[in-house]
Design a protein. Structure first.
Length: 159
């Protein structure tokens, strides 16, 4: 009976603590950031792609999110909403074995207040043997929870 008592006591003392869950914190001190600055937002974006974490990825996107890309077959820009983006990215993250995202300097140091802000950032994305180089033009918003989220992503990639 004594070992069972000890196990129950340990469970009660630790509650719902998950020792394997990444901690929230400032950029550089943990894997997942507080997402209050542009570098934090981009760190979380990189984490989501690298570790194939669709939950973290979904937290990057505002409810009004729109992805805009150029369709070379139709010779025009097309777009999709947040739901399509989450399904598409979820499939992409599951399909490829290895993902590595590199943001190129300079990363904007801005910390937007309540208004929308936009910036352009260059990237390299390696997925298995596929390499994508390009630029992303992000429009970001600060939500009521004080986190920055992407409202619009206009993609300028070279496949």
């Amino acid at each position: 009976m004594r070992p069972i008592f000890i196990v129950l006591l340990v469970i009660l003392m630790t509650g719902c603590y998950n020792p394997f869950a990444p901690k929230l914190g400032k950029s550089g001190s943990s894997l997942i950031t507080s997402q209050e600055t542009v570098p934090d937002l981009l760190d979380n974006f990189k984490y989501a792609y690298t570790f194939k974490d669709s939950v973290i990825y979904s937290n990057l996107l505002d409810s009004s999110f729109v992805f805009v890309y150029y369709d070379y077959d139709q010779n025009r820009y097309l777009s999709w909403d947040r739901d399509v983006e989450l399904r598409t990215t979820g499939r992409l993250l599951r399909y490829f074995e290895h993902n590595q995202l590199v943001w190129h300097e300079p990363i904007p140091e801005m910390t937007p207040s309540t208004q929308d802000s936009s910036f352009l950032v260059s990237f390299n994305l390696e997925m298995d043997d596929h390499h994508i180089f390009g630029d992303a033009f992000f429009t970001i918003v600060r939500n009521a929870d004080q986190k920055l989220r992407i409202a619009k992503w206009k993609d300028f990639s070279n496949f």
